[in-house]
Design a binder for this molecule. Structure first.
Ligand code: PMP
Length: 400
């Protein structure tokens, strides 16, 4: 008998566990719409052309493999803050920003959560209901209490804006409000610009600390600039904010773990001190971040010809997802014209939140070999248009 025999078995991760189950299925019809990873029409993983070009440049310049500093690659940190806020933002010019390269979106969120636990003890983080499943784990493991704010209204398949405002208003002053920068995961429902303005007003009134999770910059509209509108707008209102960035999706660098945590602050002195503490946290967690992907991202963002091409590839990827939305919508409308499927076209980003309940999701998987998360989310980034009719039939059957 092991001394660890008392340890409970942890159920598989709700998102990554779906991929594990998918691998075990031997049926040829199987479709993995669980994890948000972009695939081509042929269902192949996609390495962006700009990534290959950047890697070629790196190979030719014979980069070494020595440690990065704790805070990461300097060129990357500069580039990533500029991609987020735009080159001319006062915080960048005046140094009121602390940017630390971290282990993609997840690691960046975790470093900030540890910072909140350490320097803002007792502060609650408010998460949208629903949200990406890992947010809860990240804050809970860091020792930050979290609560929901209302977000999604199943009746309208849209934003519960009143519920959101009421809950953010009711939160104690100075709470951390976690906001999805764009392409909300899992619902695909974002506030409008007018609504963002009202959220910003309320955040100022309540002295809250907004924490943007930007994991899909480029995937909502196809434009990297437009998708950064919300955090840029908040910063332009003089609001101090936190932003976690990920290059997993928009540069397809999933396994390279490229991202950053940014503290956009109103004075450079505070930013310097915060930076020193972020380094202290990262040092104990993983010491320093990986270099390969950071070099790729910094080259792509900072070289105009690569940046231009990235924008085009971004439009291409998000365009393919929009096309597949249309095909899925049309197929469902053909099968059941009585139901309003227009929500599929309205939703933004990689996902569609179908409204399938857990029992219906089980039917999707057990009967139709369609793998998706229990909350009814499907990743359209993993759906070729040739399989849309099959998926539509499975969804229609599961709703009946
Ligand atoms: N935030 C959100 C909302 C996400 O959907 C994801 C990826 N699924 C992440 C953060 C982090 O992903 P990664 O750690 O790969 O950057």
């Amino acid at each position: 008998q092991s001394r660890l025999a008392f340890v409970d078995l942890q159920p598989p991760d709700p998102i990554l566990g779906v991929s594990e189950a998918f691998k075990r299925d031997t049926n040829d019809l199987k479709l993995n719409l669980g994890v948000g990873a972009y695939r081509t029409e042929e269902l192949k993983p996609y390495v962006l052309n700009v990534v290959k070009k950047a890697e070629k440049i790196m190979l030719e310049s014979e980069e070494n493999k020595e440690y990065l500093p704790i805070q990461g690659l300097e060129a990357f940190n500069k580039a990533t803050a500029e991609l987020l806020l735009g080159k001319d933002h006062p915080a960048i010019k005046e140094g009121g920003i602390a940017t630390l390269q971290s282990l993609s979106g997840t690691g960046s969120l975790r470093v900030a959560a540890d910072f909140i636990a350490k320097f803002l003890p007792g502060t609650t983080a408010y998460l949208s209901n629903p949200t990406w499943g890992n947010h809860k784990n990240i804050f809970a493991d860091a020792g930050v209490e979290w609560k929901w704010y209302r977000y999604f209204d199943p009746k309208t398949v849209g934003l519960d804006f009143e519920g959101l405002m009421d809950d953010i208003r009711a939160a104690p002053e100075g709470s951390v409000i976690v906001l999805h920068g764009c392409a909300h995961n899992p619902t695909g429902v974002d506030p409008t610009r007018e609504q963002w303005q009202q959220i910003a007003d309320l955040v100022i009134e309540k002295n809250h600390l907004p924490f943007f999770d930007v994991a899909y910059q480029g995937f909502a509209s196809g434009s990297l600039d437009d998708d950064a509108w919300a955090p840029r707008y908040f910063a332009s209102r003089g609001i101090e904010l936190l932003v976690a960035q990920s290059y997993s999706k928009n540069l397809g660098l999933y396994a390279e773990r490229v991202g950053a945590i940014n503290f956009v602050l109103s004075d450079a002195e505070a930013a310097k001190k915060v930076m020193s503490q972020l380094k202290r946290i990262a040092r104990a967690l993983y010491s320093n971040p990986p270099v390969h992907g950071a070099r790729i991202a910094s080259l792509v963002v900072s070289r105009p010809e690569l940046f231009q091409e990235w924008n085009e590839e971004m439009e291409y990827m998000s365009g393919r997802i929009k096309d597949v939305r249309q095909v899925l919508h049309d197929e469902l409308a053909k099968l059941n014209g009585d139901k309003d499927w227009s929500f599929i076209l309205r939703q933004l980003g990689m996902f569609s939140f179908t409204g399938l309940n857990p029992g219906q999701v089980e039917n999707m998987t057990n009967k139709h070999h369609v793998y998706m998360t229990k909350d009814g989310r499907i990743s359209l980034a993993g759906l070729p248009s040739s399989k849309a009719a099959y998926l539509a039939a499975a969804i229609d059957d599961s709703f009946r």
